[in-house]
Write a protein that binds this ligand. Structure first.
Ligand code: ADP
Ligand code: MG
Length: 729
């Protein structure tokens, strides 16, 4: 029995008290079909809301099966509604994006039933309300009468003993109204059905009790059809919605409104891309080349590692193979000295200096490739002073190399443009032969050379002796300055043995030659076809012997890594292979490291601000989108959904969207990595982003979804069901 004793309901609005209804006394039983009529504003809706626990009352006492309710808290009311009451509204309050079946199913799922066990039951209910044909139609496509049938079926599925309907036919034409009232009457046999309607004439033939209200009071309370008025209202067993159902509903909600789905997809994608590209940019800046010099090396590229072997032996093909097999090796320059060699070339117009370009060239932008040893190619930035203004003066002109003993009359035959943004220096590409000559010369400069004649050392403080190659000298022989006779026994060096000792940190060698000719100022032209040098006691050697003497093995090489970010690993690998390493990046001064650190912190702060701003904007966009979802969650509340349930379903929905969006993003990244999608920006970035970062961004998306759900849950439960529905109407 549902009983009201002197119950009054007041509304407080702007300091004025309005009466909803006052001093109402009423007793209602199972099996009744109660019809409430009365003019607009007479308090019908207010009474229904109090009876169905949607609203509180101020005075008197309402009893349900004898239990007082005036002390009820919000949770008690929720429990009361779950056990006893289903509502049918004038404007249906169905979920428009669900099908007929899904709307009815929702009520059973909210009661903890699982999807399979209820299928038959729901189909029966659909048949009962005559909507068999529309089982899988979205309710938005139905007529008003059909919608109200769905609402009735849903109330039946909710399986509460009391069904309350406030003007269920208010929005329907007379034919539809009649059939709805008939349906309500049918179900009232084993329930308590309370209906507010204007359709008095139609309803009177069904009603078992007629209540007429006026100005907040009951004017008439008449039992029309005698029925057994002692049946108790049995409370329903309440069960909570299962985890699986919450998950299912969340997944369904994620996709079933296309516009919302697309908007959320865009938002999550934007967050993902912003986070990833910010993080990627940050990482890239961390691995940018340090713009600082190392005093000992001309080429202080961060990518360079200088190597020698721990046992000081020369590098072999085996070594190069081992090194090349490592990850992250871009290329090896076998003779390391060449890396730091600066060539100076000049003619009457121009002076240029630069390093040697070590990689093989296969084509030039202007001119042609070299075909002779004295032909060179210049590599430089197109905007540099020498290429933007002087290109015509450079191409096909002859230059002198600062060391003419190596080669004279260099000719520039080709130009390559290198658009590397911050490098405006000149680089020279040489033929292999010329490069070898320069290498030999370099090796010579890095050797300590001493001379012995018949085993007696020539004191290098007394005279300066140089060694040069000559075609005129036979193998195994040397021509020396006749002034050297002073150092020989009997003042004659002819046919004596000249020993040349070469030494550096890696090697210590001796080579002996027979002195077969002595030259002087007058005969040098005839003997050697060269000019006499007053200051030097040059020793002339056969060209091949000269090469043998200086074209030594490689004891020190440089490697260039592909990615600076993997430098540490490469160094570790090299050490494990028994090489001594010197990383040019790590040997740079610590001052720039500090500047760089400050710069990085600054960047990090900007990144954090950016991300927070993004979250802020996202949050508000999401809020707007989810405001339109208020009616959905209110519907869940009318079906007994607690705040926890609503939050969980929303969490499941947002997480689904996050997972879906992130999966699409990962597929995109995969395609980028496989070079199927060619976006340079992402290609560079993905190199710097590892699995941890991908996981972190995913975690952020999930956290955002969870926070959003919690916040939204709090929001929707701030207002009562009545108010939320009211706002929408
Ligand atoms: P009916 O459903 O019979 O048309 P209501 O129950 O909606 O009547 O209203 C009864 C009285 O309570 C009316 O005078 C109305 O102005 C007042 N009332 C209803 N709801 C509110 C509210 N939310 N705030 C203030 N007064 C209200
Ligand atoms: Mg009303």
């Amino acid at each position: 029995m549902l009983k009201l004793k002197d119950v009054s309901k007041y509304y407080y609005q702007d300091g004025v008290i309005a009466t909803g209804f006052s001093k109402v006394n009423l007793e209602l039983f199972l099996g009744e079909f109660v019809v409430i009529t009365g003019e607009s504003g007479s308090g019908k809706s207010t009474l229904l809301n109090v009876l169905s626990g949607l609203d509180t009352y101020e005075d008197g006492e309402m009893f349900i099966n004898g239990e007082e309710t005036s002390h009820y808290t919000e949770d008690d009311y929720l429990e009361y509604r779950r056990k006893y009451v289903s509502n049918i509204f004038q404007n249906f309050n169905l979920v428009n994006s669900y099908t007929v079946y899904q709307n009815i199913e929702l009520a059973t799922l909210m009661n903890g039933k699982n999807k399979k066990e209820i299928k038959k039951y729901i189909n029966e209910l659909i048949n009962k309300v005559g909507l068999k044909k529309y089982r899988n139609t979205h309710v938005s496509k139905l007529s008003g009468g059909q919608k109200q049938r769905v609402a009735i079926a849903r109330a039946l599925a909710n399986d509460t003993p009391i069904i309350v309907a406030d003007e269920p036919t208010g929005a329907l034409d007379s034919v539809a109204s009649a059939s709805i009232l008939k349906l309500l009457h049918e179900i009232s046999k084993y329930k308590l059905v309370i209906v507010v309607t204007h359709n008095k004439a139609e309803i009177e033939k069904y009603a078992t009790r007629l209540i007429r209200m006026h100005d907040g009071k009951i004017l008439e309370n008449k039992v029309l059809n005698k029925i057994n008025l002692d049946k108790d209202i049995k409370e329903k067993d309440v069960n909570d919605i299962t985890f699986i159902s919450k998950l299912r509903l969340g997944i369904r909600n994620a996709f079933n409104i296309p516009v919302k789905f697309i908007l959320m997809f865009i938002i999550f994608m934007l967050i993902t891309i912003t986070l990833i590209s910010n993080y990627g940019g940050f990482k890239i800046s961390e691995y940018e080349e340090l713009s600082n010099f190392n005093n000992f090396f001309e080429d202080s590229s961060d990518k360079r590692i200088v190597l020698n072997k721990k046992d000081k032996t020369p590098f072999t093909d085996e070594d190069y193979k081992l090194i090349n097999n490592l990850n992250n090796i871009d290329y090896i320059t076998k003779n390391d000295l060449i890396n730091d060699q600066i060539l100076y070339i000049n003619n009457d117009n121009l002076y240029l200096d630069g390093r040697i370009y070590k990689e093989k060239i296969t084509k030039v932008d202007v001119g042609r490739l070299p075909s002779k040893d004295n032909e060179i190619v210049i590599i430089g930035h197109p905007d540099s002073w020498y290429l933007s203004d002087m290109q015509d003066e450079i191409l096909n002109s002859t230059f002198t190399l600062d060391d003419t003993t190596i080669i004279d009359n260099l000719k520039v035959v080709g130009i390559i443009y290198d658009k590397n943004e911050n490098d405006y220096s000149v680089k020279f590409s040489l033929t292999d032969n010329l490069l070898n000559k320069i290498e030999d010369n370099l090796n010579k400069n890095y050797l300590r050379i001493s001379y012995q004649i018949n085993e007696k050392y020539i004191n290098s403080e007394d005279i300066y002796i140089d060694v040069l190659p000559s075609e005129k000298v036979a193998k195994g022989e040397v021509y020396v300055n006749e002034n050297l006779n002073y150092y020989c026994k009997y003042n004659n060096c002819l046919n004596k043995t000249l020993t040349i000792n070469t030494k550096n940190i890696y090697l210590d060698e001796s080579h002996s030659y027979k002195i077969t000719k002595l030259y002087n100022k007058d005969n040098i032209k005839k003997l050697l076809d060269t000019k006499y040098n007053e200051d030097e006691y040059t020793v002339y050697l056969n060209t091949d012997d000269y090469q043998e003497l200086f074209h030594q093995n490689n004891y020190q090489v440089s490697i260039y890594v592909k990615e600076i970010k993997d430098l540490d690993n490469t160094l570790k690998d090299l050490n494990n292979l028994n090489y001594n390493t010197l990383s040019l990046r790590l040997s740079k001064s610590s001052e720039t490291e500090l500047a760089l650190k400050i710069f990085r912190i600054f960047r990090l702060i900007i990144m954090v601000i950016l991300v927070l701003t993004l979250f802020f904007i996202t949050y508000f966009i999401m809020k707007i989108i989810y405001k339109s979802r208020n009616s959905y969650y209110t519907t869940l509340r009318t079906l007994g959904g607690t705040k926890q349930v609503c939050v969980n379903i929303l969490m499941s929905e947002l997480s689904t969207l996050a997972i879906f969006t992130y999966s699409v993003f990962l597929i995109f990244i995969y395609l980028v990595k496989k070079n199927i999608i060619n976006v340079e920006y992402f290609q560079t970035m993905t190199k710097y982003i590892g699995i941890e970062e991908y996981l972190l961004v995913f975690l952020i998306l999930i956290i955002l979804s969870v926070l959003m759900s919690l916040r939204y849950g709090r929001k929707i439960f701030q207002n009562s069901i009545i108010k939320t529905y009211g706002e929408r109407i």
